[in-house]
Design a protein around this ligand. Structure first.
Ligand code: CTP
Length: 445
């Protein structure tokens, strides 16, 4: 029996894929089709697939041409598969001509002429576009436009900032049309990315939802529980996506870490500790009381993410210890009591500490080195060091592309209520911020 193997992403399955599979099948008696996993695609920098791996496998299956479908998960797997399945012929489209010649050592390599005039890329480009407007044009907004280019089906169309000069500079840099007013911006877009100062978020989110726009709002979302609830209720009523741009939540390594730990990889979780500190100029708005500055307001949402993801949102109490200067916290340590676990975090704008994340369990612990909020690597460590495991993932670019992809996908698939940081988690984050601002269990140093 002659075995043939071929690989592909098979996104938005099309006639070119069908013809390739037919011809590959005709080369032998048994066809194995390798479909890339979503993670492998992400690692190869492919942010743009529209169908997930299950949908892509189903599409290949529906052709009835594959005798076996396997998943391609890692670079170098082709050699392993060819040996494992006793493959005689490796077939691939001619767009890869020469690229897979190294496989000739293991089997025959055949390049089949590519079908002209069709590709997944072209089909993706023909899909509807989400037109995004940017509100606030500071440093994070400057990273947003380049990152959005890695994600398909979106276009940044315009920006708004009440400071006209800053708005024009930003628009010039990214070749956008400046909007003269908020209303002007809403008229041109389907969705907004709110990257204005945090104390303006509530008003902008509310206005944008009322104007019927989907919203991706930078962190921290808002500083009060009632405000957060009101905005989520409004989004539900308007059937619009409301997502918070807490980038760590969307990056592949962090997702993997959470799933592993929730599946018991280190036993029961007993403690979570995370730090985020960034030494900041004292004259910065970030340390100015009049601009809602301070370490808690600026950074608390980051360490709250692993705490809530791993221990849930049902904490019983929190104590805050803050080192104050000029009426703002230069540094805050927060300690949480959960029913059967404890958590703590350190945030600082005027104090520096190691920015790592450590999760302690009854069978071992997880260690994520600084800067853990841009996770690309973590370790699970045990009493017996032979059991230790290291995990590597890609954290591409500035990491915003992951949240942009989720945002655009949620809009295009009408998944209004889906978000990697849930409504419940975001409301609890706002509640923690509110308790701090009200001075509940706050000890000033
Ligand atoms: N293929 C083909 N003819 C086309 C498109 C794809 O023969 N018009 C072949 C590719 O050469 C490959 C297989 O189909 O052997 C799977 O290709 P894949 O990369 O999944 O599809 P593309 O349409 O090329 O996707 P993209 O535009 O994302 O590169």
């Amino acid at each position: 029996m002659k075995k043939v193997i071929t690989y592909g992403t098979y996104d938005l399955f099309h006639y070119g894929h069908q013809r390739l599979l037919e011809r590959a099948k005709a080369l032998g008696d048994y066809l194995i089709v390798g479909v890339t996993t979503d993670n492998f695609d992400l690692e190869r920098g492919k942010m743009s697939t529209c169908n997930n791996v299950m949908e892509r496998i189903e599409a290949v299956k529906a052709t009835g041409l594959a005798d076996q479908i396997i998943i391609e998960e890692y670079k170098g797997q082709k050699i392993d598969d060819i040996q494992k399945y006793g493959v005689d012929i490796f077939a691939i489209g001619s767009d890869w001509e020469g690229y897979f010649d190294y496989l000739k050592e293991y089997c025959e390599v055949v390049y089949l002429p590519r079908t002209q005039g069709i590709s997944s890329t072209q089909l993706r480009e023909e899909r509807p576009m989400v037109r995004i407007g940017v509100i606030g044009t500071g440093s994070i907004a400057s990273r947003f436009v380049p990152e959005s280019k890695f994600v398909n089906s979106n276009a940044i169309v315009s920006a708004y900032n009440p400071n006209k000069e800053e708005c024009e500079d930003y628009c010039k840099q990214y070749e956008l049309k400046p909007s003269g007013s908020e209303t002007d911006l809403y008229e041109q877009c389907d969705a907004v990315y709110i990257a204005s100062p945090h104390y303006t978020h509530y008003d902008y989110v509310k206005n944008a939802l009322n104007a019927g726009k989907h919203v991706l709002c930078e962190t921290p979302f808002v500083f009060g529980k009632a405000q957060a609830e009101e905005l989520y209720n409004l989004a539900e009523e308007k059937r619009k996506v409301l997502m918070v741009a807490l980038k760590t939540a969307y990056c592949p390594a962090f997702g993997h870490l959470v799933s592993l730990l929730k599946s018991g990889a280190i036993g029961d979780i007993v403690e979570v500790n995370a730090s985020v500190t960034t030494l900041t100029d004292e004259s910065s708005e970030k340390l100015n009381k009049d601009y809602w500055g301070g370490s808690m307001n600026e950074n608390a949402c980051f360490p709250l993410l692993p705490i809530f993801k791993l221990l849930g949102t049902g904490y019983e109490n929190i104590n805050f210890y803050s080192k104050m200067k000029n009426e703002v916290d230069m540094f805050t340590k927060a300690v949480f009591r959960f029913p059967s676990a404890v958590a703590s975090f350190q945030v600082g704008l005027g104090v520096k500490t190691e920015g790592n994340l450590v999760v302690a369990g009854t069978k071992g612990y997880a260690y994520v080195p600084a800067p853990w909020w841009k996770t690309d690597y973590f370790e699970l460590r045990y009493e017996d060091p032979n059991q230790n495991k290291k995990f590597f993932h890609t954290f591409a670019g500035d990491g915003l592309r992951y949240e942009i992809k989720d945002f655009v996908t949620a809009i295009l698939s009408n998944e209004y209520f889906y978000s990697k940081v849930s409504k419940k988690e975001n409301i609890k984050m706002a509640e923690v911020q509110e308790q701090y601002l009200k001075g509940v269990n706050l000890y000033k140093l």
